[in-house]
Write a protein that binds this ligand. Structure first.
Ligand SMILES: [Zn+2]
Ligand SMILES: [Zn+2]
Length: 154
């Protein structure tokens, strides 16, 4: 977890008049230890339990709701049928996702041109962008070529 993320979490906790309890800290640690890793509530629960087996689902759901409300965690749809959460919008506020339909791999990418284009479209429609993210669903070239679709980034 970077200092920037830590500061934003502390500011949110203060704003809400809460205290940084150990159970909350464990969940935040699990959520923000790897900004590239998106997770479902169940996956975060497993990660948090690996740090502290006493983690409760009630605290987990409340903490996720707090982080989403505070804008630190973004709820996104990665086509899993349940909501996924993305901890990387603090460090990369405009990042996009490519989802491999073959192996469900999620690749994050940023592109200056897309960002400018999104601003243009938003302005043309009479709005100001609050957050920008596009999603590309794709098939692996690797699978087509080799008949294999690995989780490995190749
Ligand atoms: Zn992401
Ligand atoms: Zn794939």
């Amino acid at each position: 977890m970077t200092d920037e993320v830590r500061d934003k979490i502390q500011a949110l906790i203060d704003l809400k008049g809460l205290r940084m309890t150990r159970p909350r800290e464990v969940i935040m640690e699990a959520a923000f230890s790897d900004p590239g890793a998106h997770f479902t509530a169940d996956e975060l629960y497993e990660r948090a339990r690996a740090i502290d087996p006493k983690t409760s689902r009630a605290t987990l759901y409340r903490t996720i709701a707090l982080l989403v409300e505070g804008g630190l965690l973004h709820e996104i749809d990665l086509g899993k049928g349940v909501a996924s959460y993305d901890p990387n919008f603090i460090e990369s506020p405009n990042h996009n996702h490519l989802i491999c339909l073959d192996c469900s791999r999620v690749v994050e990418f940023e592109d200056q041109h897309i960002s400018v284009m999104e601003d243009c479209i938003t302005r043309r429609l009479g709005f100001t962008a609050a957050s920008k993210s596009i999603q590309i669903k794709a098939n692996c070239d690797q699978l087509r070529r080799t008949g294999e679709c690995s989780e490995r980034v190749g």
